[in-house]
Write a protein that binds this ligand. Structure first.
Ligand code: NAD
Length: 669
């Protein structure tokens, strides 16, 4: 443990300045040690008779305070644990607000969560108007809510707008914080914050500044809470996620009484929230996000990935175009694509249209014209393929077509050029014989639409070298995707878990549940769309064929496909009609089995059990090395509810893994 101090106090002319600098960490956060040392420092300050005022600043430029250390939250396993930690944090914040002299938080950079709650306990706040200055209470995004005074102090400071800020977990710049009344003064980005803070504190002491806060009227807080509840439920499509729901209760009850009593109410609700499974799931998702934000961190230690400067794409259909869009917008590198002549112009127009939409929303670093100048689409292989570093193949899902293009491309590219297939269902190892130099051949499975879906699966075939996988991870980082690394497997990871879900959903409608009941059960569970609607959107024939490839004959999908019902989007008819409701003409095509009507909960449990069983099998067979890959794949590949932390984490949290497999996937309980 470090012996360096976290808080350094300087006193000059009766004014104190505390610099916060958590040793050996990139950001300041609340750890047990940080709370304890602050308590000790406050004991000294409380008896310092000649102190007239105090400033808190950060010793880390661009980072004031990042809030609670998430590991501290995950350690809260019981009400007693949680109450003890929360009590200590409340204790130091209350002592700051009770100091007999004014205190000022001088903010430069991130000031988030319990970092802002700490600043709210001070008499006043000022912030630098810099790019990195961002303030907010984002806890509701993590399944909890601001429980270190935030749900009480923020509304008392700024009134009813605090509801929105807290419930949406909004993070905003210094100018917005000033407008809202969260801070009292803003200084330019290049100002000397220390000098400006001393100046401000002097003004406060001399009474030149009126820090009297407006008295907010909370007599209508029940109505405000009611409206807020409706908005939250609209955003969650009716799901009562504990964090925001309990935040509303904390504010509704706490704002009717004194701050002291309000803080006690907040503590009680916060403990309910932090111990909920959804908080644990959300925090797990946050860790998965952090892990996959930087795919380069997954590369074998010491390996320096080959820089990818030019990419070739074979096939410029749905996927080829999407992949080109993402490469161009994130890297601006040269892309050469091969297509049949008649599909070249439609492809180019499509890319231009999507990039144009991104430019209109100020999402591009370079003008569309410049990016389009870097895209070359040809119908014959030629010179422009000689210097490509990576080929991504996205031609028809047809073995013969794949064989032909691999044989052709191997004639034109360099021997060390990486070759990656975007196939969804053809085993990688059955294509690798078409390639010269099988160690450089891997799978790179994107999701559609590519520019909206963050996930990509990196597949290591039997002969794929680790260097090829590592080089692809480097590339995935360049195009800002989240990678799941796996071995060759039917459906890889995501579809291997998704298809049993589709299959179960089809089984539910075949055994007597209505399409509406089945879709509703999974929307209530938190999936973005119900499984039958998703099947319809993906394409009924597509799902049917992929299942067939997995040696599963799904009769309902077959009968709909045979009748030309390929999906509403694809051909105007499927399970649903144009107005979005179930198409009554599709109902006779459902292949009825022995009736067995299930409740929503029963359907959800069956599907989660299926997913966890497939997940366990993937782990047992070494298709993935750890459960994180599966949970990441399902959250960013299918929209599995982030507050559940992925199917394997949810199976652990709900006790399903212990019950079915005798053990958990993670060390959670
Ligand atoms: P698509 O039919 O939209 O596009 C394929 C393109 O390849 C067509 O434009 C076709 O003209 C072109 N093509 C065919 N033979 C060619 C050749 N010899 N040389 C150059 N171009 C040729 O198909 P898609 O949906 O883009 O799928 C492509 C690949 O991506 C398939 O392997 C598929 O399994 C996979 N995939 C598809 C999705 C999806 O949601 N559509 C998702 C992930 C992976």
């Amino acid at each position: 443990m470090s012996t360096k101090r976290i808080y350094n106090l300087e006193i000059e002319g009766g004014l104190g300045l505390v610099t916060i600098d958590l040793p050996d960490k990139p950001v300041n956060s609340w750890t047990d040690a940080a709370i304890e040392e602050l308590g000790q420092m406050l004991s000294a300050l409380e008896t310092q008779a000649d102190l007239k005022g105090l400033i808190f600043m950060s010793g880390k430029p661009g980072n004031f305070h990042a809030g609670a250390d998430l590991n501290m939250l995950t350690k809260m396993k019981s009400r007693t644990d949680a109450a003890a930690v929360l009590g200590r944090l409340h204790g130091v914040f209350n002592r700051i607000s009770g100091l007999p002299f004014p205190t000022l938080a001088a903010i430069d950079g991130y000031c988030l969560g319990a970092g802002l709650e700490f600043a709210l306990a001070c008499t006043a706040r000022m912030a630098k108007d810099s790019k990195s200055t961002q303030l907010g209470l984002p806890e509701c995004n993590l399944g909890i809510f601001p429980g270190a005074g935030g749900s009480q102090r923020l509304p008392r400071l700024i009134g009813a707008p605090a509801f929105q800020l807290i419930l949406k977990g909004m993070v905003y710049p210094a100018s917005k914080a000033l407008e809202l009344g969260v801070i009292d003064r803003i200084v330019p980005a290049d100002a000397d914050l220390r000098a400006k803070a001393l100046e401000f504190l002097q003004e406060i002491l001399k009474g030149k500044i009126d820090l009297k806060r407006p008295e907010h009227d909370f007599s209508h807080v029940d109505e405000v809470a009611q409206v807020a509840r409706g908005e939250v439920l609209k955003a969650t499509r009716g799901r009562e996620i504990p964090g925001p729901m309990l935040a509303i209760e904390s504010m509704r009850e706490g704002l009717k009484v004194s701050l002291e009593e309000g803080l006690e109410i907040e503590k009680r609700y916060f403990i309910d929230a932090v111990l909920s499974d959804q908080a644990k799931g959300s925090i797990h998702t946050f860790f998965l996000k952090t892990m996959s934000d930087k795919p380069k961190g997954m590369i074998t230690k010491g390996f320096d990935p080959k820089p990818i400067k030019k990419v070739a794409i074979l096939g410029f259909g749905t996927m080829g175009r999407g992949i080109a869009i993402d490469i161009l917008r994130h890297t601006g590198m040269e892309v050469v694509a091969k297509e049949i002549p008649q599909a070249i112009e439609p492809g180019r127009e499509f890319v231009k249209k999507i990039l144009g939409e991104m430019e209109a929303r100020k999402r591009l670093k370079m003008p569309v014209e410049d990016l389009m100048g870097r895209l070359k689409i040809v119908s014959e292989y030629g010179e422009s393929f000689k210097d490509v570093d990576l080929v991504i193949e996205a031609v028809f899902e047809d073995m013969q077509v794949k064989e032909q293009v691999y044989q052709e491309i191997c004639q034109v590219v360099a021997e060390d050029c990486i070759l990656a297939s975007n196939t969804s269902s053809i085993p990688l190892d059955s294509m690798s014989p078409f390639v010269k130099g099988r160690d450089r051949f891997a799978g790179l499975h994107f999701f559609s639409p590519v520019w909206k879906m963050e996930l990509v699966e990196v597949i290591q075939g039997e002969k794929t070298s680790q260097a090829t996988v590592d080089n692809l991870l480097g590339f995935v980082g360049q195009i800002r995707k989240r990678p799941v690394v796996c071995r060759d497997n039917p459906g890889f990871v995501v579809n291997a878990l998704l298809f049993p879900y589709f299959l179960a959903a089809l089984d539910f409608i075949e055994t007597g549940n209505s399409i509406e009941e089945v879709d509703k059960a999974f929307v209530q569970f938190g999936m973005p769309v119900g499984p039958i609607r998703l099947t319809d959107e993906v394409g009924i024939d597509v799902v049917y064929k992929i299942m067939k490839g997995m040696k599963i004959e799904q009769n309902t999908l077959k009968s709909l496909s045979d009748q030309g019902r390929l999906g509403l989007k694809k051909c105007g008819k499927g399970f649903f009609s144009q107005d979005g409701s179930v198409d009554l003409d599709a109902l006779p095509l459902i292949q009825k089995k022995n009736p067995k009507k299930l409740t929503a909960k029963e359907m959800q449990t069956i599907v989660l059990t299926e997913m966890a069983t497939v997940g366990k099998d993937l782990l047992d067979r070494g298709i993935v090395k750890d459960p994180h890959m599966i949970d990441m794949g399902m959250i960013w590949g299918t929209g599995f509810p982030p507050d559940k932390g992925g199917p394997l984490m949810w199976a652990d949290l709900t006790g399903l893994s212990k019950q079915h497999f005798g053990r958990t996937f993670y060390e959670t309980k």
